[in-house]
Ligand binder design. Sequence first.
Ligand code: NAD
Length: 431
Amino acid sequence: MATNQANTNRLHPEEQHSKFWQNAHTYFNRVYDQMGLDPTWRQYLSSPKRILTVSCPVRMDDGSINVFTGYRVQHNNARGPFKGGIRYDASVDRDEVMALAMIQTFKNALVELPYGGAKGGVVCTPKNLSMAEKEGLTRRYTSEIMPIIGPNQDIPAPDAGTDAQTMAWLLDTYSMMVGHQELGVVTGKPVSIGGSVGREEATGRGVMNVLRAFLKTKGKTLDGLRIAVQGFGNVGSWAAKLLRDRGAKIVAISDRDCAVRNDGGIDADDAMAYVKKHRTLAGYSRGNGDEISNQQLLMTDCDVLIPAAMENTLDAEVAPHVKARIVAEGANGPTTPAADEILRENGVTLLPDILANAGGVTVSYFEWVQGLQNFFWSKKEVDDELQKIMEKAFAEVNAKADAADCDYRTAAYTIAIDRVNEACRLKGLFP
Ligand code: NAD
């Protein structure tokens, strides 16, 4: 059996994350220098405004008490209230959450949402927690970060390891504490209690929208395109399904436990049903393809690679062997700066995270607006508005890349930094 050792495991998690924080700065500084912006604002734009660390004691099913560490990092709110997801994972640490919050600030600016950027995380292994333990943890974490969140202050959402149920507990805890239902405090909620239709699939749908818009500039379509997806969670599975529904062929998928390749095409619906039932892809290769390693998946023969798992998975060791001609970043920060350079030199087109995966926060914005107004949209309205925003953002990035003769990541960051920079400059310093 192939070993499914992801290349992310080469470094100790803490080393990886300080590297991730450095990577976020490398991308930021590279563009900031090229833009010749006023150096006065550099530190302000690249530093988190607030970092909260909390301890969450939780009664476990066996009667013991476990204390979980959680974070909420608010990066910048010059353009509006903070907004960003909450991650539950064993490898969460302060640096990782800081990097994700910074990326979120520029992502929200790129798609012109009236938000700043934030991120949260709790150090835990969600699959080892029972529902009752997960609920206890979520309620305690919510009450601990309560002083700094709110519908006009900071609005959490799901990220890796959290889902609509987690957001329902967050909504209820916050609402119980303020004494009334507060729909606008969190997005990614179940539709039956004020969530938005289309939010669950929104990040994958945004990846599809951006990829399709890029292909159009080359006179191509999704039809017959061979796609490999690393990470078959929320983002990866929906991207695979929506792309397959539009004629692309999914030749490889993976999760933490297993990677599968099938040249004849993988049925994304079937794989999603399998993961829903078994909570893992392990065993899926039986009858559905050949088992490969996670590293082989990144280097597999395909036209488009979608890294949709975690940060730093595409590094300098893997990058020279990537066969895809297009990389669409479903995850946040999957490509290290060294790998980014190698891919560019090798003529690979990279659709960067702050553009390609912005569909999730965009529909979160729609959900927030619907919740504040208690007026709900149809699925078609959500999908159409999302498509408009993603296509507009891609067109702007494409035009900037053409005008400046630069890659898409540089173009996207140039637009985003300019917008955040302008908001900071216009507002000035307090007091
Ligand atoms: P998820 O928890 O639903 O899924 C993550 C998937 O990646 C799982 O299948 C997991 O097994 C797999 N995985 C983890 N580490 C892996 C590795 N090293 N190799 C292969 N597979 C691995 O999480 P998600 O919500 O889909 O988020 C995935 C990424 O997308 C994260 O970087 C997240 O920040 C980013 N993102 C998520 C959203 C959203 O709306 N959920 C929005 C924008 C960006």
